[in-house]
Design a protein around this ligand. Structure first.
Ligand SMILES: O=C(O)CCC(=O)C(=O)O
Length: 275
């Protein structure tokens, strides 16, 4: 099931339709949200961040071979460029608008790099399944640093954030030790059985564009068959109703914040309040 509508409707930041589309579909594509000076600073930071992967990074694929799938989290805590982007860049106010929230807390960042020729797909999943965060005002902003086409972009099941189900989190690769099965949540269904092409949304993107999606919208990505890497900074944001929850499964990122009790607002020094 590949989406046929890769150039479908995208909206500008000031278009009132974005709120309607986000609440109906659980995903919107926004053009030219991140300007070239921010992109240049992120680009500058990415090479070093990959070379010096943090304590929670993964690198799937054959060791020292091309085609890897690299991921790392909480870069803002270690790298100034990422920290400035989170605290001073344009995404916090965008998140506030789409969450319809007064406050905005930054949950985490996630750098995802699929090397040229990567055969590593990202499985269908909902971001919130991996998190210690309950609530409805939670979203992810997926911002590519390279052009992304139908060959390597994300695909979303429209409206799946409204299915009222949180599925079990799945490992991102067969060699991963991640276990998301300990909370009795149902497995992600076989979507090929009940999704038509018109139920799937996807977009081609240029650096500066981004996809904003609800943390319960099901999504996946193919590998990266293109001859250049697909580097993406994904950032995860929480609004007024977001709160800390305990789960039995592994967390990704494996970070709980400090001193948070179940039901408490998320904001703490690990998950800083931005707005
Ligand atoms: O970039 C990918 O392949 C997956 C990204 C993703 O699932 C996310 O940012 O939530």
């Amino acid at each position: 099931m590949r989406a046929s509508n890769c150039y479908e409707h995208s909206v500008t930041l000031n278009d009132p339709l974005i709120i309607e589309q986000f609440s109906r579909d659980g995903v919107v594509c926004l053009r030219d949200v991140i300007d070239s000076s921010w992109l240049a600073r992120l680009e500058e930071g990415v090479g070093e961040a990959i070379e010096q992967g943090g304590p929670h990074h993964f690198r799937f694929g054959s060791p020292n071979a091309p085609g890897f799938f690299f991921g790392d989290v909480m870069l803002w805590q270690r790298w100034q460029h990422f920290r400035e982007f989170v605290f001073e860049g344009p995404l916090a106010s965008l998140a506030r608008r789409l969450m319809n929230s007064h406050g905005v807390t930054f949950y985490h960042d996630f750098l995802l790099v699929k090397d040229a020729g990567s055969t590593q797909p990202t499985p269908w999943h909902q971001d919130q399944s991996y998190w210690c965060v309950g609530g409805n005002q939670v979203l992810t902003i997926w911002a590519p640093l390279d052009s992304v086409s139908s060959a390597n972009t994300l695909e979303f099941v429209r409206g799946s954030h409204r299915w009222n189900t949180l599925y079990a989190a799945v490992p991102f690769a067969p060699e991963s030790a991640f276990d998301g099965s300990r909370d009795g949540r149902p497995a992600v269904p076989n979507l090929a059985n009940y999704c038509n092409e018109e139920d799937i949304a996807s977009w081609s993107l240029q650096p500066g564009d981004c996809l904003v999606f609800h943390a319960r919208t099901l999504h996946r990505a193919p590998g990266n068959p293109l001859p250049h890497p697909r580097r993406v900074l994904s950032t995860c944001w929480a609004g007024d109703d977001a709160h800390y929850i305990e789960i039995a499964s592994d967390l990704a990122p494996p970070i709980k914040g400090e001193g948070l009790l179940p039901g408490a607002p998320l904001a703490c020094s690990t998950f800083p309040r931005i707005l």
